[in-house]
Design a binder for this molecule. Structure first.
Ligand code: GCB
Length: 602
């Protein structure tokens, strides 16, 4: 799906700002048709933002079910005879949208965009009322999954993922206009031959017209051109998209009728290749070692809302610390965020929202373990066909949104799902096919959990890379770094024996209360996090097959309440307000000493 843009043939109107908002605690809004009139009893709510922490009301913080958003705007007078589209960059987790009281779309999946052609429902020059009912409930058919516990005091949302269920309109909303015949989509795939860039493009259009393309370099000079909806263009003396550099071209697509351009779209792309060869991960045929973090879209007050200042600040902290990559744990991040990674050469492991597909995990961590060896997760009454279909849909929509992004080098189709059972293997095999069919150019993987170690996991064999989360020294061997390192070393050895693939550590970490200190190796102190991380990284250095270290987490983040969490997860290298803990200085020293993207050596 194309990201809306403004250009000589397209107009864009932002609907960012304060919307009217009302929580539907009794779940009556749809029956009472709140979309039919101005929202009664509404408060002001910023869009984009999670709504949870905006007021001082714990009920809204913990709200379960629909909330209603409404705004009015004028459709520009100049948009007569245009195709007018309403686009939501996301709505967490499900939404129904009405325009002037008429339903125009609904969407399931909290982190991906959706849009509708509203031309027939609006009049240029007149006011329009836009209403969205946004439902934060998770069940066995949503990704991520969850369930509702009914109590005498109302419903409680339960879920497995270790981050707070922030909800609402987290990203911008736009109206945009195009000609009635328009460029609908484009796929760009790149390679190079010596110094010549090879760009295969495939444009789909709606309506009649002739397609032509031009490639513009970053200074706007035309360096190649072609005609036809699909084909190959070649860029002489190509500048590659490189980690840390991020050089991009524009593919300027023009749609003409009778010699007159009626629509155009500038699709940014980078010329680069990604390949897995043996245990190496190659970007532009050069070994790439991932240094960075699993992150979260998470902030005080606005939760998962897209916010340019905090986003750019986070990227500056990544630069300060010497990171070259991150994983979009555990859901697709905003398009603004991805755009920034593309522009600045940050390498991204792009993850679907498939987190918490592991009903054994709590029992596992607390010593309960699996029951009869059969899947606790992938059974008809839990995550069955409907959940799997939704998971497939999330993979397709993620790839449709991010397929042209040079920063994205791996699709992660799930985080820590159950993977040690036959049912899990049967569940995942078709999902790998879905990802590879949607994008044959990038490696596909998933993130393996500690409960399905080397030898037990039945899904890693389907992946192009081994991605593992391990908590030696935290959840196991707690407080005992020597034992933790022995076990970590033993497990890596086993992986290298059974999989001839790059191994990327997508998580390892220790909860750390900023300001807590001690010399006795006490857990939760900054010293313990520092020492455990340093020892862990030194073990990674022993194995040439380890091709990445992404510490958990970039920053502290909010979670649901629980005995394991103190106002959230504290495994950040930075606090939630982005102040460095001691470990951040250690990482900075290690990562800044590295030449390019080579593997660090202590
Ligand atoms: C994990 C999860 C991550 C958690 C982390 C932790 O394995 O992937 O979402 O936050 O562990 O801190 O327990």
């Amino acid at each position: 799906m194309l990201r809306p843009q403004e250009n000589a043939h397209r107009e864009l109107k932002s609907l960012v700002g304060l919307w009217k908002f009302r929580a539907d605690a009794d779940g009556v809004g749809r029956d009472q048709e709140w979309q039919a009139a101005p929202l009664a009893g509404a408060i002001d709510m910023p869009v984009p933002s999670s709504y949870n922490e905006i007021t001082a009301d714990p009920q809204l913080y913990n709200h379960v079910g629909d909330v209603w958003y409404q705004t009015t705007t004028y459709v520009p007078r100049g948009w007569a005879d245009r195709r007018i589209v309403l686009r939501f960059d996301s709505a967490t987790h499900q939404a129904t949208v009405w325009v002037n009281g008429t339903e125009v779309m609904s969407h399931k999946g909290g982190y991906l965009p959706f849009e509708a052609d509203v031309t027939a429902l609006v009049t240029p020059g007149e006011q329009v009322r836009i209403t969205a009912a946004v439902d934060n409930r998770l069940d066995w058919t949503t990704i991520p999954p969850g369930w509702l516990e009914q109590t005498p005091d109302g419903a409680r949302q339960k879920y497995f993922q270790d981050f707070f269920n922030f909800a609402g309109l987290h990203r911008p909303v736009h109206l945009y206009a195009t000609a009635p015949a328009y460029v609908d989509d484009v796929t760009v795939r790149t390679d190079y031959d010596g110094r010549t860039g090879l760009v295969d493009y495939d444009v789909t259009v709606v309506g009649e017209g002739e397609v032509s393309v031009a490639v513009l370099d970053a200074e706007g000079n035309e360096v190649a051109s072609g005609t036809g909806a699909s084909g190959r263009v070649e860029i002489p003396e190509v500048r590659l998209w490189q980690p840390g550099v991020g050089y991009r071209y524009d593919l300027r697509i023009s749609l003409a009728r009778d010699g007159e351009v009626v629509d155009s779209y500038d699709q940014k792309f980078g010329v680069r290749t990604v390949r897995v060869v043996g245990t190496d991960f190659l970007i532009n045929d050069r070994p790439f070692y991932f240094r960075g973090f699993g992150m979260h879209e998470d902030h005080h007050v606005f939760g998962k809302g897209q916010h340019d200042a905090s986003m750019v600040h986070d990227y500056n902290l990544l630069k300060w610390i010497g990171a070259n990559s991150f994983r979009t744990s555990h859901y697709p991040y905003s398009e603004e965020n991805m755009e920034y990674a593309d522009a600045h050469g940050i390498v991204v492991i792009d993850e679907t929202p498939a987190v918490g597909l592991n009903l054994g995990i709590m029992g596992g961590i607390f010593g309960g373990g699996a029951d009869d060896g059969k899947s606790q997760t992938f059974r008809p009454e839990r995550i069955g066909e409907a959940g799997q279909a939704q998971h497939a849909q999330e993979i397709r929509e993620l790839i449709a949104r991010d397929k042209n992004r040079p920063s994205v080098v791996i699709w992660s189709i799930a985080n820590e799902p159950e993977s040690e059972t036959q049912e899990a293997a049967d569940y995942f095999r078709p999902l790998f096919d879905v990802a590879r069919e949607a994008d044959p150019t990038r490696p596909v993987g998933f993130v393996n959990v500690m409960l399905a170690p080397a030898g037990a996991c039945k899904v890693t064999e389907m992946a192009d890379v081994v991605m593992v989360n391990r908590y030696y020294g935290w959840y196991v061997d707690s407080g005992d770094i020597p034992s933790a390192m022995r076990h970590l070393r033993a497990e890596i050895t086993k992986w290298t024996e059974i999989e001839e693939k790059p191994i990327i550590f997508t998580e390892f970490g220790a909860d750390t209360m900023a300001g807590q200190h001690g010399l006795m190796g006490t857990m939760w102190t900054e010293e313990y996090q520092y020492d455990l991380m340093k020892a862990t990284l030194e073990v990674f250095d022993e194995f040439p097959q380890v091709q990445g270290e992404q510490m958990w987490n970039f920053a502290d983040f909010q979670t649901s309440a629980g005995i394991m969490r103190l106002d959230g997860n504290k495994k950040g290298a930075f606090t939630r307000d982005r102040r460095p803990k001691a470990v951040a200085h250690m990482l900075r020293k290690r990562w800044s000493a590295v030449e390019g993207d080579a593997k660090p050596t202590h």
